[in-house]
Write a protein that binds this ligand. Structure first.
Ligand SMILES: CC(C)(COP(=O)(O)OP(=O)(O)OC[C@H]1O[C@@H](n2cnc3c(N)ncnc32)[C@H](O)[C@@H]1OP(=O)(O)O)[C@@H](O)C(=O)NCCC(=O)NCCS
Length: 142
């Protein structure tokens, strides 16, 4: 198992996984080219992509947009490793905090984020297209 920077060659595999899990498309190009503070990493097992994380690191502030693991590779600690890798990179770039939004119903992800030190700080009502609320969470580094 290894975690590495996302590249353009990874996009077809990452996109296939994303569409399967979230039922919608996503433009990964900026994340795979690290354009304008965009950040993307993938987790590889035996040459296959089994997870990914995308976000942004903007000086002291960072944002986690998506983290996902192939259903066949869940509960092995990979999701947590991806989030902790991102936190470490943001911290190493003089980061002070990281924020994210998560669906109120996504208790697995909320539990993962709490394990990684995030705390809920607010609610964004009707945040998602289907009107579900988002929980805003923050991880302070200092
Ligand atoms: C959320 C997700 C990335 C977790 O990945 P994972 O590799 O299975 O998670 P880990 O094995 O690293 O587990 C870390 C923590 O997450 C929580 N968790 C993971 N699976 C869980 C489950 N089935 N039930 C409850 N909590 C769970 C636990 O707190 C766990 O810590 P623990 O092992 O000490 O109990 C994965 O479930 C996923 O891809 N979900 C679909 C995409 C998604 O919703 N992403 C988040 C929003 S962008």
């Amino acid at each position: 198992m290894l975690i590495r920077t996302m590249t353009l060659e990874d996009i077809p595999q990452v996109l296939a996984l994303h569409e399967q899990l979230f039922n919608q498309s996503f433009n990964f190009i900026d994340y795979a080219t690290e354009k304008d503070f965009y950040y993307g990493i993938i987790m590889e097992v035996d040459g296959s992509i089994v997870g990914y994380l995308v976000g942004q690191i903007i000086f002291e502030m960072s944002d986690l947009y998506y983290v996902a693991v192939d259903p066949q590779y869940r509960s092995l600690g990979y999701g947590r490793l991806l989030v902790e890798y991102f936190i470490q990179d943001a911290f190493d770039m003089n980061g002070e905090s990281m924020t994210l939004e998560v669906r109120r119903s996504n208790q697995i992800a909320i539990s993962l984020y709490k394990k990684c030190g995030f705390v809920p700080v607010g609610v964004r009502p009707n945040y998602y297209a289907d009107s579900e609320d988002a929980i805003l969470m923050i991880r302070k580094f200092k």
